[in-house]
Ligand binder design. Structure first.
Ligand SMILES: Cc1cc2nc3c(=O)[nH]c(=O)nc-3n(C[C@H](O)[C@H](O)[C@H](O)COP(=O)(O)OP(=O)(O)OC[C@H]3O[C@@H](n4cnc5c(N)ncnc54)[C@H](O)[C@@H]3O)c2cc1C
Length: 261
């Protein structure tokens, strides 16, 4: 049995003959999957579309920025969080954000519910730990505050698969920095050295204060972000280019969120 949410990944597979499911169950009109609640802790249903994610109350500024970069208005009206999670492409734009937020993927089957930290969810390109009998019900994370951003480099500004993507979350209340990297490894990657480097600077200056980073600090953060990548050469870009743009994006992302409290 194959589930169909927005169909923006599944229909491509059907049209190219990559999948021929015997049974398709449409879940796009299951209202329970479209919930979005957040008051300190955000619960987003798998059926939430990118268009819905553009609203102020989405529970993550980085997710809102990521949603804005996805496809066209038609794709954003149909495509869902759950479809992006279930497809598990390293280029899925919500996924670096979920990684940086330390989000949990909620799965449900007849056996019950299980909650898998996003860091343990993806196992390879388009591979994850979801069992065939499980539905992605949604994702959850602690509201990390406004200091977060998402950046993506592609061959043009819209309707483009990322050559590299980066989400940065500076969670001031919980005193942690999260960096999620897309399209630069077999799964979404974290950049632990870059996270620790930035966290140490916030620790030294005070997590709740406005800061002005030095150029050297921004550069070093970008370098550490690029170090975490495991990129390959492919049709979209070379490994060297991916490392270069990750360093630039890391630098710019930190400069963007540094002063947001
Ligand atoms: C023109 C175009 C542009 C695109 N641009 C982007 C882009 O910029 N960034 C990006 O990240 N993606 C992009 N995509 C890919 C796609 O839009 C996203 O991955 C989207 O989130 C898929 O969601 P969907 O609801 O359409 O999934 P569907 O196509 O309905 O499903 C995708 C897969 O997930 C499974 N599935 C869906 N929902 C669930 C669930 N709740 N539980 C378990 N399994 C489920 C389906 O069975 C299927 O295998 C683009 C696609 C197209 C066609």
């Amino acid at each position: 049995m194959t589930l169909l949410a927005g169909g923006t990944d599944l229909m491509v597979d059907l049209n190219f003959g990559r999948k021929r499911p015997e049974r398709v169950v449409a879940i796009d009109r299951v209202p329970e999957l479209s919930h979005l609640e957040g008051n300190g802790h955000v619960r987003m249903g798998a059926g939430v579309t990118y268009t819905r994610m553009l609203a102020e109350d989405v529970g993550s500024a980085a997710l809102r920025e990521a949603a804005r970069t996805v496809g066209s208005p038609q794709i954003r009206n149909a495509g869902t969080l759950g479809g992006n999670i279930a497809t598990s492409s390293p280029a899925g734009d919500t996924l670096p954000v979920l990684a940086a937020l330390d989000a949990v993927v909620v799965l449900r089957s007849k056996q019950g519910e299980r909650r898998v930290p996003f860091a343990q969810f993806m196992t390879g390109p388009k591979k994850n730990v979801r069992r065939a009998d499980e539905l992605v019900v949604g994702a959850e994370w602690d509201d990390a505050g406004p200091a977060q951003t998402f950046m993506k480099v592609g061959t043009r500004n819209a309707m483009v698969i990322a050559i590299a993507g980066l989400a940065l979350v500076v969670d001031r209340p919980r005193r942690r920095v999260g960096v999620g990297l897309g399209s630069c490894g077999p799964t979404i990657l974290r950049a632990p050295q870059a996270e620790a480097f930035a966290a140490a600077i916030f620790e030294a200056h005070g997590w709740d204060r406005h800061l002005t980073p030095s150029d050297a600090e921004l550069k070093e953060f970008g370098r550490l972000v690029a170090t975490a990548a495991r990129p390959i050469d492919d049709v979209r870009g070379t490994a060297a280019y991916r490392r270069h743009v990750l360093a630039v994006m890391g630098e710019r992302a930190l400069a963007r969120v540094w002063s947001i409290t």
